[in-house]
Design a protein around this ligand. Sequence first.
Ligand code: NMX
Ligand code: MLT
Length: 439
Amino acid sequence: MDKLKEKFKVKAEALNIEIKDIIKTHGDMKLGEYTVAQVYQGMRGMTGMVSETSKLDAEEGIRFRGYSIPELRKQLPKAPGGTEPLPEGIFYLMLVGELPTTEDVSYITNEWIKRSVVPKHVFDVLDRLPVDTHPMTQFSIGVMAMQTESVFAKAYAKGMNKKEYWEYAYEDAMTMISRLPRVAAYIYRRKYKGGVHIEPDHKLDWAANLAHMLGFEEFDMKRLMRLYLTIHADHEGGNVSAHATHLVGSALSDPYLAFTAGMNGLAGPLHGLANQEVLSWIMEMKEFFGGLLPTKDQIADYIKKTLAEGKVVPGYGHAVLRKTDPRFTAQQDFYRTYIKHDDICEIVQMIYEVAPGILESTGKIKNPWPNVDAHSGALLVHYGMHEYDFYTVLFGVSRALGVMASLVWDRATGSAIERPNSVTTDWIKKKIAAEKAVS
Ligand code: NMX
Ligand code: MLT
């Protein structure tokens, strides 16, 4: 058994003993109550699942195994000469619950390099799609084509002991993650660079190799990719991509099937596609004001116009967060430290100054602050990636780290098939009538 798997096994055995005891001793303890409004409105605030890899606080933002983003930017291992964390490190942290050493991170980098050869039929499948197919659709189809490689599905078909589920889920997770950068880069080069592909460079770490295969050789873009792929990795379990992966995985659909479900959710404009929406919204605004850098007053007018048209201001608001997303702040810090001046990034800063007040004044938007997607595209454009509709694929490559670490935990802890109740409005009306009759 490889050393990462061995380490995970020890942790999982210990947690399983604790979980059994928690359920036996405290299984009847109430975690909360919920209302009719919550049932109709996206189950907001209802605790309904366990996800070990990260926890979101409405005021403070995300913590991965207890570590905030600023702490991780300092403490996770870096590439030689690098200043941003290697995403391999956050995967290790989420999987085993401990900060990795440089050696632990190198182990993962090498393990992913060994597993990273994408079968030819995956490229053949992608090549059959119309070239203008949305990159997220291509990404989902690419991952589905890789499902032929699932050792979990093969072992299940042969007959697998429940105790072994996690081992096969781990193997699939590691192999799939190792191959995602190649699939993502293939889609990018196929759609925007005339199908001129770039072979992987096995001397590079996972994020730098993605930048290389996309066609960006500058150190700065590699540094951005390391930060980008670290901060987008996880956002506890209830967001659409994590929840969809967990839900589909709960039917013992293999990791490829489960991850694709998550990616189809990430492709929605209220979720991961918002990073593409932000950039096109900024560009449309710039165009609207004659192509020049807009003033704060003009930006305020444009935000009001967007709201008046019944549209959302992309990159703002959140279902859980009630303050500026620390992932936005990390990218703002990256901009101020390494870029210093860029027109689109300056527009992002001006939007940050005027949007919260306007959104707040509507009286209905619960969180007027920016989320992760408000900044990411501007940094990519700065380094020359102008193809907005590709941005969500980068989010997806990163999100694999969190949802796959979670899926391995799900299979190790005997997580059950997810199957909540649903009711009809008629049922709710009867329930209301029954309550009224009693009071
Ligand atoms: N612009 C305009 N209206 C908004 C915005 C916004 N940025 N955010 C919320 N609202 C509206 C929302 O549509 C709802 O309107 P209505 O009552 O007419 O249906 C009302 O305000 C209350 O919504 P909230 O309870 O504040 O937000 P909710 O939890 O339902 O939704 C988001 C959260 C993130 C879906 C929402 O804030 C949004 O649509 N934001 C813009 C899209 C975006 O940036 N998504 C990315 C989220 C991060 N990610 O990567 O996934
Ligand atoms: C995420 O990263 O998944 C988003 O911020 C959405 C969420 O947490 O609901």
